[in-house]
Each structure stands twice: as C-alpha cells, then as structure tokens.
Design a protein around this ligand. Sequence first.
Ligand code: FES
Length: 72
Amino acid sequence: MGKGTICFCKEVKASVVRSKIRKLELDTLVDVQLATGAATGCGRCRPDVQLILDEEAARRKEKGHQLKLRFE
Ligand code: FES
C-alpha cells in the first residue's frame, strides 16, 4: 500500500491513515473513520483502509512477538 491518497472523497492520504493507526493504536475501521474521515463517503476505499489496518495489526503482533522472545 502506497502513501498517496487513499480516500478521494475525504482527500485522506494512506500515510495519514497509517500514522493515526500507529499513534492512536486504532484497531477497527470505525476508529479509523472517526480519526481520519477516510472511508466515510462513497465507501470505495474501505477495503484499502481495512488492508492498512490488517497490515498494522500484523506488524503490532510481530513486534509483540519479538518483545516476548527478547524477554524469554
Ligand atoms: S473514496 Fe473513500 S469514501 Fe469514497
């Protein structure tokens, strides 16, 4: 997923969506919609926003796994 505009209805960039997910630890589509406005118009971008959410969830899980390994 690139960093360009992801939601054309609300003019939200993918990098902004990702950054908000990380900073605010968002984990649902509704949270992202409230925080960024993305995916609150026509809905065409919802799958892409969800993809970023899924990528960030996997990243968080991997990071947690690495921390766990470090302390074992
Ligand atoms: S492109 Fe995101 S709601 Fe329409």
